[in-house]
Design a protein around this ligand. Sequence first.
Ligand SMILES: *[C@@H]1O[C@H](CO)[C@@H](O)[C@H](O)[C@H]1NC(C)=O
Ligand SMILES: *[C@@H]1O[C@H](CO)[C@@H](O)[C@H](O)[C@H]1NC(C)=O
Ligand SMILES: *[C@@H]1O[C@H](CO)[C@@H](O)[C@H](O)[C@H]1NC(C)=O
Ligand SMILES: *[C@@H]1O[C@H](CO)[C@@H](O)[C@H](O)[C@H]1NC(C)=O
Ligand SMILES: *[C@@H]1O[C@H](CO)[C@@H](O)[C@H](O)[C@H]1NC(C)=O
Ligand SMILES: *[C@@H]1O[C@H](CO)[C@@H](O)[C@H](O)[C@H]1NC(C)=O
Ligand SMILES: *[C@@H]1O[C@H](CO)[C@@H](O)[C@H](O)[C@H]1NC(C)=O
Ligand SMILES: *[C@@H]1O[C@H](CO)[C@@H](O)[C@H](O)[C@H]1NC(C)=O
Length: 432
Amino acid sequence: MALSAFLFFVLLCAPFSSCAVDRSPEIEALTSFKLNLHDPLGALNGWDSSTPAAPCDWRGVACTNNRVTELRLPRLQLSGRISDHLSNLRMLRKLSLRSNSFNGTIPATLAQCTLLRAVFLQYNSLSGNLPANIGNLSNLEILNVAANRLSGEIANDLPRNLKYLDLSSNGFSGPIPTSISNLSQLQLINFSFNKFSREVPATFGELQNLQYLWLDFNLLEGTLPSAIANCSSLVHLSAQGNALGGVIPPAIGALPKLQVVSLAQNNLSGVVPASMFCNVSGYPPSIRVVQLGFNAFPNVAGPETGSCSSVLQVLDLQQNQIRGAFPLWLTHASTLTRLDVSGNSISGKIPAQIGGLWRLEELKMANNSFGGIVPVEIKQCNSLSLLDLEGNRFSGEIPEFLGDIRGFKEFNSCCKSLFWFNPSKFPQSSWA
Ligand SMILES: *[C@@H]1O[C@H](CO)[C@@H](O)[C@H](O)[C@H]1NC(C)=O
Ligand SMILES: *[C@@H]1O[C@H](CO)[C@@H](O)[C@H](O)[C@H]1NC(C)=O
Ligand SMILES: *[C@@H]1O[C@H](CO)[C@@H](O)[C@H](O)[C@H]1NC(C)=O
Ligand SMILES: *[C@@H]1O[C@H](CO)[C@@H](O)[C@H](O)[C@H]1NC(C)=O
Ligand SMILES: *[C@@H]1O[C@H](CO)[C@@H](O)[C@H](O)[C@H]1NC(C)=O
Ligand SMILES: *[C@@H]1O[C@H](CO)[C@@H](O)[C@H](O)[C@H]1NC(C)=O
Ligand SMILES: *[C@@H]1O[C@H](CO)[C@@H](O)[C@H](O)[C@H]1NC(C)=O
Ligand SMILES: *[C@@H]1O[C@H](CO)[C@@H](O)[C@H](O)[C@H]1NC(C)=O
């Protein structure tokens, strides 16, 4: 009897949403979730077990076959703890409580909702660790807990089918587990603004689907492993504001899809490889943004052929230890819109070929050892809205064409050798 009733349910009833399903456990789970909360906007006032299709007709609740599969309550000023009882929503696939003021810990019982595919808890005040058994969520593809007050070390067993893992802006610490390489579906890792320490694990190199790797502002040290050059899908690599030393592995520049490399504020040294700028690898060039300021680079390598094809738009090499003449081959990178070489020791003249960078909007060459006269060809950069040449050793008169420009400021009128200007935008007429 019991068996036939069960079969009746499975065979005939389950596919149809009109069938009677006992919804009371889910009503209870949500009611106790609500009881824990402070709800200043009254967003959950309509959560009443007497509604016709409770809880499926409640705000933020979505059901499939009369079972709660989604709970979405973003940006409602809700505060308080997330109830343990949410785990009674056993069919839950999507949970979004982002951008509220939830505090307390992430309930460990959530790991019982094994069908969960997406969890959005970012922008709350959650504290404590990630639940230890979170690895049980084998269907979980998206875990976003950014901008909370979570802490502790990351366990070795994270959900193995994760595609999107955002732990940024928390207080996580300890090493990045080498076992991260087991999460072979990962497309995005954001660990920025935490206290992760030790080395960047070389096992990252096994993540063939990884497109976005954000490691900015942690306490990472050691060198950037060349195995990262194995992440063939990588589009964005950033590890600004750490304590990384050593060299940039040139193979990274050969990644066929890489667009952004942001490694400013580390202790990187050695020659910046030409592969950062252009297609020395044989692939069509892909890197658009290179930010390497505030490191210890003594030099940038030019391509062996003297020029190369580039799609570079932003190149920031400020506050390094680059010496010698301005790298002439860079003047072929005509897609550049922002170039910053301030705070190095570059000497000699600014080459006339600088005029080839005709798309430049910002050119910063302050605090170097440039000398001679400023080439008139700079006029060809007719999109310039910021030119900073302060702190150099130019000689001769300030070129007349610069003096014509509205907004020009002369800082050292005694010698006319130090100057700087920053017009909001050059009036086109003065460049005619
Ligand atoms: C959560 O916030 C409430 C007030 O909004 C406060 O009384 C409680 O102590 C907080 N709990 C934690 C763990 O921070
Ligand atoms: C969940 O994880 C815990 C500890 O990691 C384990 O003991 C338990 O068997 C797991 N439960 C399921 C349903 O996989
Ligand atoms: C990574 O996290 C930082 C800090 O929370 C944030 O600014 C950045 O936009 C995030 N990146 C992505 C791709 O989500
Ligand atoms: C990766 O997963 C396999 C099998 O699931 C396990 O044996 C191995 O220890 C894991 N690797 C790491 C580094 O955790
Ligand atoms: C590089 O990628 C291949 C798969 O394409 C993988 O087998 C290998 O282990 C990776 N090497 C490193 C150092 O990560
Ligand atoms: C930076 O790297 C150099 C070696 O290149 C090392 O001598 C120095 O101690 C490092 N500085 C810091 C702050 O790590
Ligand atoms: C880079 O691109 C240019 C222009 O497309 C091409 O002539 C040159 O052979 C390429 N270099 C390499 C190393 O692929
Ligand atoms: C140049 O050096 C001066 C004096 O040390 C400093 O105030 C200024 O911020 C520096 N400018 C740049 C762009 O590095």
